[in-house]
Write a protein that binds this ligand. Structure first.
Ligand code: PGA
Length: 269
């Protein structure tokens, strides 16, 4: 039933640099776990800030644990960094990479993103690779996306991409970008087609289908279905709405109800 597993949408909570205390983090994780426990058709991942990884892991039953970044070596003289091996040994299975906030505020380079992606995939963790354009309009969006993906995936071997999730996150749609607006399902669908082609050119169409393409940018309970159904996205990276347990649970509930409506394994995602 491996195929069925891969058809499950994946909904990822990206808490960013929130909340402020371990107590709040554990409470939020508990509420999400309790609320989403029954939605077995959806894979859920929670990515807390580093200091909360262990206490959050202790309360997780359904969800898997993710980190918001990593360093690319197993260890060594890199003050302030946290290695993929340290994360893996804690029980982290997923790592967000290349988020636009890290590029914008910390100057994270294409080269660093590539090294991190290689390290995560080579060591059999799942990479959630973010990419996306800054401006809403423009003819060069396909070129920008292709360029970002190719740079991030340089040297990534075909046999590793089953552990790759690519998160299309147009920066203009992220809720904290001034005047942000979520993308439309139609546009998201166009992105899925285009990204699928880039991946097929890189890895061949059969392997490319193993990569889940998900959407991020102002995802809420009221718009998730459109991205999954019309947009054909296979999941979502949820920022702001993942900090409100009730809203995040509703996002997962909506995704779950959509899967339940699918007739026996018909491809929806
Ligand atoms: P948002 O964040 O859902 O608050 O727009 C998404 C993200 O930045 O990953």
């Amino acid at each position: 039933m491996k195929n069925k597993e891969i058809l499950k949408p994946v909904i990822i909570a990206n808490w960013k640099t929130n909340p402020a205390t371990v107590k709040e983090a554990v409470l939020l994780a508990q509420k999400i776990e309790q609320g989403t426990a029954k939605f077995k058709n959806v894979e859920t991942i929670i990515t807390p800030p580093f200091p909360f990884l262990i206490p959050v892991l202790e309360v997780l039953k359904k969800s898997k644990l993710g980190a918001q970044t990593t360093f690319w070596t197993a260890g060594g003289p890199y003050t302030g960094e946290v290695s993929w091996l340290q994360l893996k040994n804690l029980g982290v299975s997923h790592v967000i990479l290349g988020h636009s906030e890290r590029k914008i505020h910390l100057g994270e380079s294409d080269e660093a993103i590539n090294k991190k992606t290689l390290a995560v995939l080579e060591n059999n963790m799942t990479a959630i690779l973010c990419f996306g354009e800054r401006e809403r309009m423009g003819n060069d969006i396909p070129i920008i996306l292709e360029d970002q993906l190719k740079k991030a995936l340089r040297g990534v071997r075909k046999d590793k991409i089953k552990n790759l999730i690519v998160a299309y996150e147009p920066i203009w749609a992220i809720s904290t970008t001034p005047n942000s607006l979520p993308d439309t399902p139609d546009n998201a669908f166009r992105a899925v087609i285009f990204i699928g082609k880039i991946l097929a050119n890189l890895y061949g169409s059969r392997s490319a289908k193993l990569v889940r393409i998900i959407y991020g940018g102002s995802v809420m309970a009221k718009n998730i279905k459109g991205f999954l159904k019309e947009g054909k996205m296979r999941g979502a990276l949820v920022g702001g709405a993942s900090l409100v347990a009730e809203e995040f649970v509703k996002v997962v509930a909506e995704a779950d109800s959509l899967v339940r409506k699918q007739v026996d394994g018909n491809r929806a995602f």
